[in-house]
Design a protein around this ligand. Structure first.
Ligand SMILES: Nc1ncnc2c1ncn2[C@@H]1O[C@H](COP(=O)(O)OP(=O)(O)OP(=O)(O)O)[C@@H](O)[C@H]1O
Ligand SMILES: [Mg+2]
Length: 429
């Protein structure tokens, strides 16, 4: 134990020191007869117990006590007042200012031992408690860190699984569609070549039949000709011939469109090339994403594109595509949640210094101030349990900010406009 005794009377110091040494408790004692020095001594040595005289010339013991208690680090130091004062006012002031105990002067050996041992016990308990508290605090910190690592790991596992699952699914679907798409396309091409031949043939038959009527007076043949004409009318052959070209053209357009969608799906779902980084045109990536969502978009909102002339960015197409898909999907879901079909989603791209910017905004319900700071947190969702995982924005944020050193922001005026904006460095490779 480190003990400090403060008293302006050297005799009292000697007595106190003698009693402490005789107490049987291992101690290192510092004696001080000038209260002004206490502050410095306290800083220098780590005292456990302080005996403090009250009446001293330069500074009273109560003032020294106040000085000690001002410092949080000295909270658990036991302060025992040495007093010859019997008036209750001084006692009150001692205890009000944080004294733990007192010893009467002249010092009585039995009383001194009793108070001193009690103080040693309390101090030891306090030290033990502090050590336990520090240990718990440290363990708590470790637990918090562990918990965070666990959460991060869980998030990344889910993120990877989600990306991989979507990628695999899309790649599989695209592959399956590609085959039938192939023969649909080539059949349509062949059909388009056959139709003019059939048209020519029909024309030939018609010319032949019309000539037959004038040449042959055979009643039987005339009847057969008029029967063929009736069938022609019933089957609306004129209409069929005039429409057939248009139908084939529409079907070919349709097949082209599906091909494009499958193409975008495949390029977004390149699971094997997750780290492939090349120069890409952001406007084109957006177009492909819009194409993939077109079916839902048609029913819910119109898309207004306002593309600027922007330089290419060095990126992985499927990663940036995923960010755009996430943002447009969120806008769609937000507008749908209001049971509206007249939403408006505006997509803009432009250049800002060395960055390419993209904003995606919608006129849906928006995001209230009290949750806007949480929407980028993994697993934060306001959607129904089971319908969303709440990882779309955190994945997107991760991609833009961590993978590409970009920026990602949101601003929302509920029911007016909610705008997500991300910036990516201009590609230079
Ligand atoms: N355009 C938006 N309008 C209104 N709220 C939005 C919009 N975009 C995101 N939010 C809010 O942010 C939350 C988090 O979005 P995030 O995309 O991360 O998850 P989610 O859409 O709920 O689920 P997931 O994307 O995993 O299917 C949403 O639940 C929603 O409350
Ligand atoms: Mg989402």
């Amino acid at each position: 134990m480190k003990i400090l005794v403060v008293d302006d009377d050297r005799f009292n110091l000697t007595v106190a020191n003698e009693f402490i040494q005789k107490s049987g408790i291992e101690c290192e004692v510092t004696l001080c007869n000038d209260p002004i020095e206490v502050e410095g001594l306290m800083k220098e040595k780590n005292f456990d117990i302080v005996f403090l005289d009250i009446v001293m010339p330069k500074m009273t013991g109560i003032d020294v006590l106040k000085q000690i208690r001002k410092n949080q680090d000295y909270n658990n130091i036991q302060v025992i007042m040495l007093t010859s004062l019997t008036d209750s006012k001084s006692f009150k002031s001692c205890f009000e200012n944080g004294a733990d105990d007192y010893v009467n002067k002249p010092i009585n050996k039995i009383e001194f031992f009793a108070r001193f041992k009690a103080a040693v016990k309390t101090r030891n308990n306090a030290l033990m408690l502090k050590e336990m508290f520090d240990r718990i605090k440290k363990q708590n910190k470790e637990l918090l860190e562990l918990n965070k690592t666990l959460k991060d790991t869980q998030f990344h596992v889910i993120q990877k699984e989600k990306m991989a699952a979507i990628g695999e699914l899309a790649a599989g679907v695209a592959h399956e569609i590609n085959n039938p798409l192939g023969y649909l396309g080539s059949n349509l091409e062949t059909l388009a070549k056959f139709v003019p031949r059939i048209q020519t043939m029909i024309e030939e038959y018609r010319t032949f039949i019309s000539k037959q009527k004038t040449l042959v007076e055979d009643r039987d043949i005339n009847e057969k000709i008029s029967r063929i004409r009736d069938i022609e009318k019933q089957l609306k052959i004129d209409f069929v011939i005039s429409e057939i070209g248009e139908i084939i053209k529409d079907s070919t357009d349709g097949v082209d469109r599906v091909s494009k969608i499958v193409g975008s799906l495949q390029s977004f779902a390149k699971t094997g090339f997750e780290d492939e980084m090349v120069l890409n045109d952001l406007n084109m990536i957006i177009d492909e994403a819009v194409l993939l969502l077109n079916n839902d978009l048609k029913r819910v909102a119109i898309i207004k594109k306002n593309y600027g002339g922007i330089p290419n960015i060095f990126c992985n197409k499927s990663q940036i595509g995923q960010v755009i898909l996430n943002l447009i999907t969120n806008s769609l879901q937000a507008i749908s949640s209001q049971n509206r079909f007249d939403g408006e989603i505006i997509i803009e791209t432009y250049r800002e210094n060395n960055m390419v910017c993209c904003t995606i905004s919608d006129d849906g319900p928006g995001i209230e101030d009290n949750i806007i700071s949480k929407i980028f947190n993994p697993f934060f969702t306001t959607k129904e349990v089971g319908s969303a995982t709440g990882v779309g924005l955190s994945i997107s944020h991760d991609i833009i900010v961590k993978k590409y050193n970009g920026e990602f922001d949101v601003e929302s005026i509920p029911n007016i406009r909610t705008k997500f904006k991300f910036k990516l460095p201009v590609g230079n490779n």
